[in-house]
Write a protein that binds this ligand. Structure first.
Ligand code: TXA
Ligand code: MG
Length: 325
């Protein structure tokens, strides 16, 4: 895999590679995606192989423009149209009935498809050139931390058959899209993400149902988004400092996240600041990688308040901290 500056010639080559059934990693406003032609079962199969992802886990199909909605989804209701108007391009994925053009390989055999129009100039330029929907999970190995820079994609997928990674700089949002299912009678939140649930509820004029039953999104598995280091979560910086002191006393190496400015015991490795809730979202995955690079045994992280993007940050941190299967 090579790293490419997203110039017109590189975008043309990347689009041609995608149309020929090859894989291309590209930036979006949320995280970097690993793209394949969503209408081509063999191309999509390569995504699952490169990621080591179980084939039943459906991929999101990315569109160049909201006007393509009815071409790739069936029975699109009024609420889905309102959400597309309000949030596309942007970090919202809508799960709708799959139109026949989308390969069942993309949807893990389901009759529904996750669709989104990303809000990133490089992603949109690539999608326009391709002329097909692009199935793209986050460009990381299954279960691991999503990449938010092009070098992070190389660290995850270097040495694989991916044609290239288009460099679009660091991702602006930093956590994946919010996924809402609009198939049954009640819109359901499958994964909190880059559009706050409150904003979606305000547009719908009614609350989102919470997902229940078996995990329908791989982001709903208990353990996911996991760095190598063990993660422990705390509610306050004071509780974190006390836990850090205890662990250091046992001879453990400790890294600290989300306690900007708080007093810490000597020996604790303070990762870079995250700032407000949006900053925490933007920097979370970068910091989880830095925690692994720091050589710490344990990462202690303070949970942000669960409002706005804080809900997605909490969700990802809890999954990063969950026992590994
Ligand atoms: O922000 C994002 O959504 C990023 C960027 C690249 O767009 N993509 C992403 O893809 O996070 P991935 O594969 O890592 O997560 C997609 C999630 C999975 O949890 C998958 O199960 C769920 O979307 N999903 C996709 N299609 C679905 C469907 N038809 N029904 C239920 N869940 C679906
Ligand atoms: Mg992912």
């Amino acid at each position: 895999m090579k790293l490419c500056t997203a110039e017109p010639a590189a975008l043309d080559a990347a689009a041609a590679a995608l149309r020929a059934g090859r894989l291309v990693a590209f930036p979006t406003e949320t995280v970097y995606g690993l793209g394949a032609d969503a209408t081509d079962a063999a191309a999509v199969g390569r995504v699952f192989a490169v990621k080591g992802r179980p084939v039943g886990h459906p991929l999101i199909a990315h569109l160049a423009d909201a006007s393509e909605l009815d071409r790739w989804a069936l029975e699109v209701g009024e609420e889905a149209r309102r959400l597309a108007d309000a949030f596309w391009p942007g970090p919202l994925t809508m799960v709708l009935r799959r139109a026949p053009g989308i390969s069942p390989a993309t949807t893990g055999g389901r009759d529904t498809v996750g669709l989104r129009v990303p809000d990133h100039p490089v992603a949109l330029a690539l999608l326009e050139r391709c002329g097909v929907p692009v199935a793209a999970p986050s460009a990381n190995r299954f279960g691991r931390v999503s990449p938010t820079t092009a070098p992070d994609v190389l660290a995850e997928l270097g040495g694989t058959e991916v044609a290239c990674v288009l460099d679009g700089g660091p991702c602006r949002i930093g956590v994946e899209s919010t996924i809402v299912e609009l198939v049954g009678a009640t819109p359901t939140l499958l994964r909190p993400g880059g559009v706050p649930a409150e904003a979606i509820e305000a547009v719908l004029g009614r609350p989102l149902a919470a997902a229940s039953g078996p995990a329908r999104a791989s982001g709903m598995l208990a353990s996911h988004y996991a760095p190598t280091v063990t993660v422990e979560l705390l509610d306050t910086a004071a509780a974190l400092a006390a836990r850090a002191r205890a662990l250091l006393g046992e001879g453990r190496r400790v890294a600290v996240l989300g306690a900007d400015g708080a007093a810490l015991p000597v020996g604790a490795v303070r990762l870079g600041a995250v700032g407000d809730t949006d900053g925490y979202a933007r920097l979370l995955y970068r910091r989880l990688r830095e925690a692994d690079d720091s050589g710490a045994d344990v990462l202690l992280a303070v949970l942000p308040a669960p409002t706005g993007l804080g809900r997605a940050v909490q969700d990802r941190l809890r999954k990063a901290a969950a026992p590994r299967p």
